[in-house]
Ligand binder design. Structure first.
Ligand code: F6R
Length: 246
């Protein structure tokens, strides 16, 4: 694994954006695996700036997102589709027809997951997968468990996630209780993976995931088995990792 450290969030975001730009420049029809969450926002903002300067062209890029809440429509401002549109897709020249997020409105969970695996397969897999890292080591919505789940699957959100999300919804009934997520196998089959981490809050889990034992109880630890992983972070998030290696 190669590790790249920026002094702060902004610099780390620029490093991460550089890897995505390099990927798109070297292979204009790249399939990018994209993530939501707070961490990649700075990376997406940087990509938008370079696009506006005329340095990047996303017209042939395809994207496949990691996850989506079950039951939320694309126009719900809490859906991951809405997040991707507002934080990236609306501001660059990617063809929205070439952007994929699991279909949160598909009530048949098995179908939703099967269809998404077929989309990944039909694209020939992912060239560069972007990942954030949960405080408990989750990647996508692959939460700590006793086994690794291979394909796209429907997960029950934990009580803590449900109550943390409650503030964004008018009533408890509207808060999503489940999500569709890409599985560990699809993530691990990406040709290249870039994990982006930021802030002191991620320090312990970075060390655990990348230097600790490989176990489904820390889903991101499986990334240690991938041959082409880049870890990009700021000093605060990488402090524990660097210290452990000294
Ligand atoms: C997002 C996702 C999640 C986040 C993770 C970190 O699509 O799948 O696994 O990457 O929860 O979130 P932030 O970046 O908000 O700390």
């Amino acid at each position: 694994m190669r590790v790249y450290c920026g002094k702060d969030y902004e610099q780390a975001s620029r490093i991460a954006a550089n890897f995505i730009s390099a990927q798109v420049i070297m292979k204009p029809d790249s399939v990018l695996g994209l993530a939501t969450g707070s961490t990649p926002i700075g990376t997406y903002e940087q990509l938008i700036k370079w696009y506006e300067k005329g340095d990047l062209d996303f017209s042939a890029v395809h994207s496949i997102n990691l996850d989506e809440y079950r039951g939320l429509t694309a126009d719900n401002d809490q859906s991951y589709r809405y997040f991707m549109n507002t934080h990236l897709f609306d501001h660059i020249n990617i063809d929205k027809k070439n952007t994929f997020v699991p279909d949160g409105t598909e009530p048949d969970a098995e179908k939703a997951c099967r269809d998404y695996d077929e989309i990944i397969r039909a694209h020939g897999g992912i060239d560069l997968q972007i990942l954030g890292l949960g405080h408990n080591g989750h990647i996508g919505f692959n939460e700590p468990d006793s086994t690794f789940c291979k394909g796209t699957h429907c997960v029950q959100l934990t009580e803590s996630t449900i109550s943390a999300n409650a503030r964004f919804f008018a009533s408890m009934d509207e808060v999503p209780k489940e999500a569709y997520t890409m599985g560990i196998q699809s993530i691990m089959q990406a040709k290249k993976i870039m994990v982006i981490v930021s802030g002191e809050g991620k320090k312990d889990i970075v060390e655990k995931a990348f230097l600790g034992p490989i176990t489904p109880e820390v889903p991101a630890s499986v990334l240690q088995l991938h041959s082409d992983v880049i870890l990009v972070g700021d000093e605060a998030a990488l402090a524990g990792y660097h210290k452990a290696l000294q």
